[in-house]
Ligand binder design. Structure first.
Ligand SMILES: Nc1ncnc2c1ncn2[C@@H]1O[C@H](COP(=O)(O)OP(=O)(O)OP(=O)(O)O)[C@@H](O)[C@H]1O
Ligand SMILES: [Mg+2]
Length: 300
């Protein structure tokens, strides 16, 4: 497992009158090399959960195990600096993690901090820019003069430059137009499938991630309401409504098609292409069956 949470709770300002429990008794497993989506209504604890994954926050109760590092509430923590390099966290708002006057300096900051030479850091910056589909000419630009989409990708590149095993992204597509959103999800999927990284994405738009995610975790009021595959979600989409989420369109289409054609026992199909293929196949089967029947009745 890349990440394992056992009975984890997190309370902000634990010893004050403003204490606010954001997560309660979470048991969660995230497999190495998988692509996981995390969803939940606003305030359900998604961003809090992500910050437990690289030790920015430590559990108030329970145990967080990330790679070979175990953090247990109430016990002295191991050294967390190596974990910060291996688990890259891309914040909800990219401008929160850009602070230098050129993109290159921003991306090199992490590697330099972890002891790489300037030449190595620059090489990593170039590779990370390429992985994010960004033009290397942008390295010289001021990060705050980039477009929203470019800035988002540059923020991800600055995390990739550390060569992390796990990349955790908080609503990476939130402010992007539909074309850039699809493009970014495709880039993130490549980081998972081609480079073997564990990718965890918080999203309000489950539709764009459903065809790619291996598993989903749904939060409701700080509790884990569901963990499983998109297919399992498709079998019981009402759980989404109980979490205050709308049912994604791909699941609605599957529900409608499977009810209409009596496919309820089949594995749900979550892309338009797969659904179209299945409808075409059902119509073909029916046409052939009708033809056989006609031939049969002709002989009587
Ligand atoms: N720094 C903080 N101090 C006190 N309470 C906080 C802090 N950050 C978050 N909370 C509280 O913890 C709960 C969970 O917040 P969190 O930001 O994790 O939710 P979220 O699911 O990421 O929401 P959103 O979808 O709006 O980003 C909320 O009740 C929030 O008010
Ligand atoms: Mg959040």
């Amino acid at each position: 497992m890349a990440i394992q949470l056992q009975q984890v709770s997190y309370t902000y300002a634990d010893r004050s009158m403003w204490r606010q429990t954001a997560l309660h008794g979470i048991n969660l497993n995230i497999a190495k090399g998988s692509l996981t989506g995390i969803a939940g209504a606003t305030g359900s604890g998604k961003s809090t959960l992500l910050q437990l994954f690289n030790g920015i926050l430590k559990p108030t109760e329970g145990t967080v195990q990330v790679l070979d590092v175990t953090i247990t509430a109430g016990e002295k923590s191991p050294k967390l600096l190596p974990l910060r390099r291996r688990v890259g966290l891309v914040f909800q708002f990219p401008e929160q993690q850009m602070f230098e006057d050129t993109v290159e300096k921003d991306i090199c900051f992490g590697p330099l901090n972890f002891g790489f030479t300037l030449e190595e850091a620059k090489e990593r910056a170039r590779k990370a820019m390429t992985d994010m589909g960004l033009d290397l000419a942008l390295l010289e630009r001021n990060p705050f003069r980039l477009s929203g989409g470019q800035m988002r990708k540059a923020a991800i590149a600055s995390v990739l430059a550390m060569d992390p095993d796990i990349v955790v992204l908080d609503e990476p597509t939130a402010t992007l137009d539909p074309v850039s959103r699809a493009e970014l999800i495709a880039l993130l999927e490549r980081l998972c499938r081609e480079q073997g990284r564990t990718i965890i994405i918080v999203t309000h738009r489950m539709d764009e991630l459903l065809p790619y995610a291996d598993s989903w975790a749904l939060l409701k009021g700080g509790e884990l309401a569901f963990q499983g595959s998109g297919q399992e979600l498709a079998a019981d989409p009402a759980i989404l409504e109980r979490c205050g989420l709308t049912i994604p369109q791909s699941l609605r289409y599957w529900q409608a098609v499977s009810t209409r054609f009596g496919l309820g026992t089949e594995k749900p199909l979550l892309t338009a292409e797969a659904l179209a293929e299945r409808i075409a196949a059902v119509l073909e089967e029916r046409k052939n069956a009708a033809g056989t029947e006609e031939m049969g009745s002709g002989h009587e």
